[in-house]
Structures are given as structure tokens and as C-alpha cells.
Write a protein of this length. Sequence first.
Length: 275
Amino acid sequence: MSELVGGPISTEPRINERIRVNEVRLVGPNGEQVGIVAIGDALRLAQEADLDLVEVAPMARPPVCKLMDYGKFKYETAQKARESRKNQVNTVIKEMKLRPKIDPHDYETKKGHVMRFLKQGDKVKITIMFRGREQSRPELGFRLLQRLAADVQELGFVESSPKQDGRNMIMVLGPLKKKAEARAERAADRDRARRDEAEPADAPDQSAAETAPTDPTPDETPKADETPKADETPKADETPTTDEATTTSKAPKPRQTNAAPTVPAPAESAAEQPA
């Protein structure tokens, strides 16, 4: 018995001369129904319209063929597949392992990771690992899981309640926001951060332009040949300025001596003078 050797099965539709049937149900390029025609007539219509005859429903009786531009059809199909993959959301389950007697600082660190995963729209699987005699105290792990669920209730909810699985206790947290929404929020935050970084860069240029000294106008410049007017002379009752007071205080004072002042002798009266 000879072995049957065949090539790989093609997933592409049959076109033009590859269609091996006697008659087909023909559909026009704009979707109009032409009817059941012979394969030769269908190929002739395709050549006259400069299009391809593509078998779109091979399992029908007779097969359904359509007149179209096969190259354009393949390109549009690839574009749709690419868009569908881009919008596809892959569910990712993160895992975080804890111990019943975890240190408070380690608990805060683990809780921060769980909150970050929930913000990104991912599910988180919390595992409490029991060792030795800790297996006889499952309530410690249950209380720890309840505490963690209460701390992150603003970002996620308990999707799977705590349950014992051998030496471990497992709980699953689900995010309140979908992954697509979380991705859109992160993109908006990045755009806002870029705008905030760009605004301070422009601010110094504007402040420098505002604080730049302006040249005095021609009317404000003092003239060299101007002399003080008569009205500008200081009046007698005006108080001296600080510079004038300083000059006055620096003037030399008269020297004082301890000698007694000389008193003039009184003049003799006319009666006492000799005749």
C-alpha cells in the first residue's frame, strides 16, 4: 500500500482558475446577486471587470463566489485582525505571597504591590503560606487576608473568598476598573505630566522679558544746560536735610576757658567828682 503524501492545508480561499466546479452562485462587486452561472462565464465577467473571482463560501451548493480585488481584500482583512489584537485585553493574574507572622513594614510593602497591580487592572492572587505549627492556626491567615481586602477595597474587591489549599490559604482580588480604562488613565496621566514639564520651561523666558529694564524716554532724560530755578531755592523755614544737619554738627565749636569774666568798673557819679 503506497503512502499518500500531501502538502500543507491552505487556509486562503480559492480564486480564479483554482475554483474546480462547474457552476457557482455569483455575487457582483457591489453585493448584487447575479445568480447561478457557469464557471467559464464567471471567469469572463471577472476579466472584463478587471477583478478576481474569489470563492467566499466553498461549502455551499453551489459554492458562492464574489467579484473583488483580492489584493485589497487581503490587506483589509490583515488590518482588521491587527486592530482586533490591539484592542484585545489579556487577563493577567499576579500573585503575592505572605506569611501569617509578617512584619508590619513587609506588610506595607506587599500591600503597595497589590495596590499597584489593581490600579493596572490586573487580578491579584494572595497566598498565605503556613509552616510547621502555623498550620494549626488557620485563623491567623484568614484575619490577615480580611485585613488586606479591607485596605485595598477602594481599588479592588474579593473575587474569590479565602479557602484552605493544603498548607496554603488562597484569596483572589479583582480590580474595580477594567484594564482598558486603567491603560487610558495612565496615558492621560503621562500626557498631563509632559504638559506640566513643558510649562515651567517657558515661564523663565516670559519672566525675563517682563523684568528687563526699559530705556528712559527722551522726555525723561535730564538736560545738561538746565539751571535750578529761583523757586527751587530752599526756604528759611524749611528743615535742613540729613546732609545739611551732618555738616552743621561737624562745624567747630568755640573754645571755652575757665578764666573769670572781666567786669567793668562803675562810673563815678557827678556828686563825688571834685569841684
